[in-house]
Design a protein around this ligand. Structure first.
Ligand code: ME8
Length: 510
């Protein structure tokens, strides 16, 4: 196992406040960061905001603010997601920070120095909302192919990055690193795109002032994607990074929405190759959420506010829903009905009840003190074996970034433990004094299965997991547990005094 794990979210534009899409990417990264910490790796988890460019400048103008003022206001809404969603990022980068200016200018200078960045003139059809130039061929009925709005012809002096030169090195990189772009279907899309040939990329603007100046060319500011992508090395202290940079670069995973995969899988590795820096090891593109069957938009008024979700349903439930409902990588649909259903059925009924039934019976039959188990019988052994299998399935699923599969595996154990309760009928054993030892073993096993479920589910539902962890008499923070020790059967402390109930997942009344 690699000793370190570096994971990043995209940096989010501050032209608008966060919505479910931003929360989704950040929560997915957080679950992975937490899981890798539990594997014993040293994790660096970076998120932040993208504060330069036309979008932010325009939005600020509309609100009568300077771009920096707008950024200062909106950034707090993104930073606030950390406590609200129980996010464990190690740093938060803003592209307006001096450390980022130094980093972008250094990277730029390297490619300017070796001729990979050169001065030319850019002309094209420009779509302001998308901040993209398009060629004649790319336009759809004369409009922007992405947002279908009007475009305008523009021409200006611009520095270009010699992306065309990197067609072959990129294809070789994809070939040598089959897990660089995931999921697989997206990888094929990117390869087909690069095989089709790459045009040099305009990386500066003279028409824009809200950005990082090109070193030595004060009329130019560095264009958005070159600025934004570089955040991933700034966060590790580039260009001076030293130990942190050496320990964590190349990044293990850049998590992105499918909309921005190309920038991460094509431009970014090429910028790095040109500067003599190793490309990242992985980029994962996830799908998009619609809301109640419709595209999310301000005009439809259906934008899902993560703060509102947390206030109504709690962060754990929201996190669980987003990562369980839809196979990670595919598009999905958000509805409150589906969310409430998941909360009541998976969290309250299956998981919450398992723990509460066990604690209730432990209180009733053993005064709340965890009994020592006697050697397991056959029905016990199959539960114990399943716990081991689930542990391996969760690990395999997390390696593949398949949260839905990891959660489904954990719930296989939750459900098996509930069936084990029914099949072993502790209430019947309790009526027969000669079965007292068996009763103790059964209760121990139920609680131990619950403990392992709590441990494995903690990257997804961290606050509830901590509450359940404590209710099970386990010490310290579940988030600090190391799976290789803690997930082994038999970790539950005998003799511990447990409460008679614990409310980890309240039911939501419709
Ligand atoms: O693109 N469903 O920032 P951004 C799921 N600053 N995820 C969604 C989503 C949806 N409906 N809508 C947005 C930018 N996202 C650039 C990135 S990185 C160097 C620069 C998520 O504020 C998804 O992760 O538009 C997408 O990639 C990100 O928000 C875009 O955020």
């Amino acid at each position: 196992m690699k000793p370190t794990f570096y994971i990043t979210t995209p940096i989010y534009y501050v032209n608008d406040v966060p919505h479910i899409g931003h929360a989704y990417t950040t929560i997915a990264c957080d679950a992975l960061a937490r899981y890798h910490r539990m594997k014993g790796q040293q994790v660096f988890f970076l998120t932040g905001t993208d504060e330069h460019g036309e979008k932010v400048q325009k939005s600020a103008l509309q609100q009568g603010l300077a771009p920096r003022e707008l950024a200062d206001r909106v950034v707090t809404r993104f930073q606030g997601l950390t406590p609200a969603l129980e996010i464990t990022n190690d740093d938060f980068i803003r592209t307006t920070e001096p450390r980022h200016y130094a980093s972008v200018q250094d990277l730029f200078r390297k490619s300017l120095g070796n001729g990979d960045i050169y001065l030319g003139e850019y002309e094209g059809w420009y779509c302001t909302p998308c901040e993209s130039y398009w060629t004649d061929l790319q336009l759809v009925e004369g409009k922007c192919p992405e947002c279908r709005r009007d475009v305008e012809k523009r021409k200006e002096p611009s520095f270009f990055f010699r992306l065309s030169k990197y067609r072959k090195p990129l294809l070789e990189y994809y070939e040598r690193n089959p897990r660089f772009i995931r999921p697989e279907s997206r990888r094929n899309e990117v390869i087909a795109f690069v095989e089709g040939g790459l045009n040099d990329l305009s990386v500066s603007r003279t028409s824009l002032s809200w950005g990082i100046p090109v070193p030595g060319h004060p009329g130019h500011v560095i264009y958005v994607w070159y600025d934004a992508l570089t955040n991933y090395i700034t966060g590790l202290g580039y260009p001076g990074g030293g130990e942190t940079f050496d320990a964590f670069w190349p990044a293990d995973l850049h998590m992105v929405g499918k909309d921005i995969l190309r920038f991460h899988a094509v431009f970014w590795p090429a910028f790095l190759m040109s500067a003599g820096i190793a490309p990242p090891l992985g980029v994962f593109a996830h799908g998009w959420w619609t809301v109640e069957g419709q595209k999310m938009s301000k005009s439809l008024g259906n934008v899902v506010d993560p703060y509102e979700m947390v206030a109504t349903y709690g962060a754990d439930a929201f996190r669980y829903f987003l990562l369980r409902e839809v196979p990670f990588g595919l598009d999905g649909d958000f509805s409150k009905k589906a969310l409430v259903h998941r909360i009541n059925s998976d969290l309250a009924n299956d998981f919450g009840n398992l723990l509460n039934r066990a604690l209730g019976m432990l209180g009733k039959y053993f005064g709340g003190a965890v009994p020592a188990p006697s050697p397991p019988g056959e029905e016990d052994l199959s539960l114990i074996a399943l716990a081991g299998e689930v542990r391996r399935s969760v690990d395999a699923a997390m390696e593949e970034v398949e949260f839905h599969r990891a959660l489904a595996a954990i719930w296989d154990l939750v459900k098996a433990a509930n069936r084990y309760v029914d099949a072993s009928a502790p209430w019947a054993l309790a009526r027969d004094a000669s079965k007292r030892e068996r009763l103790g073993t059964v209760l121990y096993n139920i609680l131990e299965a619950a403990r392992i479920c709590v441990l494995l589910s903690s990257p997804f539902v961290p606050a509830a997991a901590q509450a359940m962890w404590e209710a099970l008499g386990c010490q310290g923070e579940v988030a600090k547990a190391i799976l290789s020790d803690a997930a082994t059967w038999g970790g539950l402390r005998t003799g511990a005094e447990l409460p008679r109930s614990a409310v980890a997942f309240p039911r939501i009344e419709a």
